[in-house]
Design a protein around this ligand. Structure first.
Ligand SMILES: Cc1ncc(COP(=O)(O)O)c(C=O)c1O
Length: 440
């Protein structure tokens, strides 16, 4: 029997030493696509650079945070001047208060908010606050929505958590049965399924947790009326609505997904882009709801690195950069729509029946015939063999995709016409190669 360490050394083609599994986050191993995992040495703009010095047009973008690409000069300049003031304090800072105010001005639903370091912490904290406020335990969430790796969010999540063949072996996942019993997981965009799964437990419901625009089963948009119906149910049952905007805030604009969909969730979680490539996240919402937090209330969240001055300074830099560039989102959108249109025409010419979805700087398709994916069940119908072959064909041609069919393509400000053109050339020739091998 091969040990875990032998497996990771073999997969990576190099000693992985003491690093468990060969990666700090399993999706990076690329189990879903096989072959040698991508090992990155550096990043520059839209490019990821490997150990041989080869540059790949990077659509992973660290799974979302790199709105400005790798090592953007405005974000990485003079970091020593920030660090020289101290990188972590055991005290509140003026900059932290100011950053909270800047965020609240753009996301008015976050009347009060608190900083943490990761999206996982932000969502875990939001769920705890909702439970504390309502005095109830049950959480409803949706398959294919990923909220981080805390116990209550992980089982049946699929999405980024679904990369291992044993992802559904919940009994051996280390997540207690009691925790599993405290959530129901329904099909996204399917109110009947939500109602059926809640059946009889509505009065136990603390919160409905949702990615308003989903980025973890590819890109999946809410069907008209779906989010409204979640709010209506939450109001009827005396529960809260939590929007997970860890991907979407700043990716879709300064107001995030909620400004686009026109909703005002009770609680919101933010992360990824906001730290300018450093670990910074936040959760917040209605002032009365956030009032359950210690020291005023009985619910505790905290963290040695929460609101640390270094990450907070990066948060200010990120907002400065966005505020200083009024055409930023229009530019991102037009490049992404050019990429999506190019892919659509490549597919049309070859009679490939795959729907390309694009919203802002996110682009996606699945190897599945029919209209855009609406839920995780549909996403799982996509042809995994074809995706794995496509991933490697694109990588051979200098384009780096996330090594999982549940991910999407993230563009950055650094993905210009040259990168889009190169990607379309690679896409066309990869599809031709797949057709030759009778994979598509
Ligand atoms: C929507 C969403 N929520 C939460 C998380 C967890 O964030 P983190 O990986 O920073 O803990 C992720 C991470 O991919 C995410 O996509």
């Amino acid at each position: 029997m091969i040990t875990e360490r032998e497996r990771s050394d073999r997969d990576f083609g190099m000693p992985t030493g003491a690093l468990a599994g060969g990666a700090s986050s399993p999706v990076r191993v690329g189990a879903a696509v096989g072959g040698a995992p991508f090992v990155q040495v550096s990043g520059r703009g839209a490019y990821a650079i490997d150990g041989t010095g080869r540059a790949f047009v990077d659509y992973v973008m660290a799974y979302g945070p790199l709105l400005f690409g790798h090592a953007h000069p405005a974000l990485v300049r003079d970091l020593d001047t920030i660090a020289a003031r101290g990188t972590v304090f055991g005290a509140t800072t003026h900059d932290e208060i100011r950053l909270a105010d800047r965020i609240a001005a753009y996301v008015p639903a976050m009347e009060r908010l608190r900083f943490v370091s990761t999206g996982t912490e932000a969502m875990m904290s939001a769920v705890r606050v909702a439970r504390a406020f309502t005095g109830r335990s049950l959480v409803a969430r949706f398959a294919g929505n990923y909220h981080g790796h805390f116990d209550g969010a992980l089982h049946d999540a699929g999405a980024s958590a679904g990369v291992s063949a044993r992802a559904n072996d919940v009994a051996r996942s280390g997540i207690p049965a009691g925790v599993r019993a405290a959530s129901v997981v329904a099909r996204y965009n399917d109110l009947d399924d939500l109602d059926a799964r809640l059946g009889g437990r509505e009065h136990e419901l603390a919160a409905i947790v949702v990615e308003p625009i989903v980025g973890n089963m590819g890109l999946v948009l809410p069907q008209p009326g779906f989010l409204d119906a979640l709010f209506a149910r939450a109001r009827r049952y005396g529960a809260l609505v939590i929007f997970d905007e860890v991907i979407t805030w700043l990716r879709l604009g300064l107001g995030g997904g909620q400004a686009l969909t026109g909703h005002r969730p009770d609680l919101t979680a933010l992360g990824k882009i906001m730290g300018g490539g450093f670990a910074l996240a936040a959760f917040g919402g209605r002032a009365d709801v956030m009032g359950v937090l210690s020291p005023d209330g009985a619910s505790f969240t905290g963290g040695t690195y929460s609101g640390n001055p270094f990450a907070v300074a990066m948060g200010h830099r990120t907002l400065d950069l966005i505020e200083g560039d009024p055409t930023l989102y229009a530019r991102l959108d037009s490049r992404a729509s050019r990429l999506a249109a190019g892919m659509r025409s490549i597919f049309a010419v070859r009679s490939l029946p795959y729907a390309v979805t694009q919203l802002g700087s996110m682009v996606d398709f699945a190897f599945r015939a029919g209209p855009p994916v609406r839920n995780y069940d549909e996403r799982q119908q996509a042809d995994r063999v074809a995706f794995a072959a496509y991933y490697h064909a694109m990588r051979d041609r200098g384009v780096l995709l996330a090594p999982s069919a549940n991910e999407l393509m993230f563009l950055s400000t650094e993905h210009g016409d040259a990168e889009i053109d190169a990607t379309l050339v690679a896409c066309e020739s990869s599809m031709a190669a797949l057709r030759e091998r009778r994979i598509v």
